[in-house]
Write a protein that binds this ligand. Structure first.
Ligand code: C2E
Ligand code: MG
Ligand code: MG
Ligand code: MG
Length: 284
């Protein structure tokens, strides 16, 4: 195969493939050192209850300051790590760090809940994800309710049976399970029926920007009602303007996350933000 490639020269000189290969080597190959050397950081984006004007939780999002490439976006390195399966190493690191932070806050009398991302390639039949989270709660003396486990909606498409088993077990342990990016995939309604989750994360991106605003409003309004009728909780993500926040509140969605309120921030800044009330002009 190699000889054939060399003979034709085609694959070897395909610049796109070459770039992609280089990226995979750069990113995946460098991950162990990056974890070791502290290039990976866990940032937090606060989630707010718009009605009460308080911070209700946060989502943990990783950030990578790569030695050669500088800051690289999760949008770039997460898909690469998912492809090589190394995402589990990154996620294990992130989850442990989040649990350490939760433990510290508990000790300070500041009980918080944090959403963490579980990648679809983390979920494998030879890996006991619920057991891993259970061990973390023992190690750091946490209440399972303090962990909200986000699984992206597109993940549900691939192997629903095992996914349903995993989410059910997570909930039996007392973890909160959230369906991330609801509305951006194509099996949303089916998955709402099949997969037991506590909270839906409605991604506003798919409804904003170009397109018919009136239709967006109708869809958002009906999703809010639907989730309520199904007895689940709801949070809107990607809230960028006061108009969006006011509209969501008027239609009965109180929990929000987005640049309008806060961008993701390092843990020190998050700790300071949490103790304050929301800025006056950011309250409903
Ligand atoms: P996600 O889980 O849907 O996270 C929300 C993304 O939207 C984050 O991007 C966040 O910074 C961004 N965001 C928040 N508010 C707004 C807003 O108002 N407007 C816009 N335009 N964007 C907003 P980020 O941090 O770049 O992460 C991208 C994706 O990478 C995440 O999407 C998640 O799927 C994945 N990811 C990030 N950190 C981790 C991690 O530690 N583990 C795993 N498995 N995936 C992660
Ligand atoms: Mg998420
Ligand atoms: Mg999301
Ligand atoms: Mg997203």
């Amino acid at each position: 195969k190699v000889r054939e490639t060399l003979k034709t020269g085609y694959e070897f000189y395909n610049p796109e493939q070459w770039e992609k290969g280089k990226q995979i080597v750069d990113i995946s190959g460098h991950l162990p050192a990056a974890l070791q050397e502290g290039e990976i950081q866990v940032w937090y984006q606060p989630q707010v209850d718009y009605t009460s004007g308080t911070i209700s939780g946060a989502e943990a999002l990783c950030r990578w300051k790569h030695a050669k490439r500088g800051w690289i976006s999760p949008g770039v390195f997460i898909p690469v790590l998912e492809e090589t399966g190394m995402i589990f190493d990154l996620d294990s690191y992130v989850w442990d760090k989040v649990c350490q932070d939760l433990h510290r806050w508990n000790q300070e009398g500041k009980r918080r809940s944090v959403s963490i991302n579980l990648s679809r390639s983390d979920i494998r039949e030879d890996r006991n994800i619920p057991g891993i989270f259970y061990e973390l709660t023992k190690k750091y003396d946490l209440d399972p309710e303090q962990l909200r486990i986000e699984i992206t909606e597109t993940a549900y498409v691939e192997s629903p049976a095992f996914l349903i088993k995993t989410t059910s077990e997570l909930r039996e342990y007392g973890f909160q399970v959230e369906m991330d990016d609801f509305g951006s995939g194509y099996s949303s309604l089916h998955m709402l029926k099949e997969v037991p989750v506590d909270r839906i994360k409605m991604d506003l991106h798919f409804l904003t920007g170009a397109g018919d605003m009136e239709k967006s409003r109708i869809i958002i309004t009906q999703v809010i009602k639907l989730v309520e009728l199904l007895g689940m909780k709801l949070i809107a993500e990607g809230v960028e303007t006061k108009a969006q926040a006011d509209f969501l509140k008027e239609r009965g969605c109180q929990e929000m996350q987005g640049y309008y309120f806060f961008k993701p921030m390092p843990v020190e800044d998050f700790e300071k933000a949490f103790d304050k009330e929301l800025d006056y002009d950011k309250r409903a």
